[in-house]
Design a protein around this ligand. Sequence first.
Ligand code: ZN
Length: 62
Amino acid sequence: MSGTLTSPQLTAADRCDRCGAGARVRATLPAGGELLFCGHHAKEHTDRLREQGAIISSEADI
Ligand SMILES: [Zn+2]
């Protein structure tokens, strides 16, 4: 799963928008915004975000 052209890799500086833990998942919103989630919050939120048309990309196993 490497070499994607669309999203830069998440780094240790990227933090979950909900709890501040290290981010593992990036959600790109249809409106153009971006949300970052840790593994825990990704499980809670990504299904709903996908339904809204967001693009979910993960950098690690969840
Ligand atoms: Zn979190």
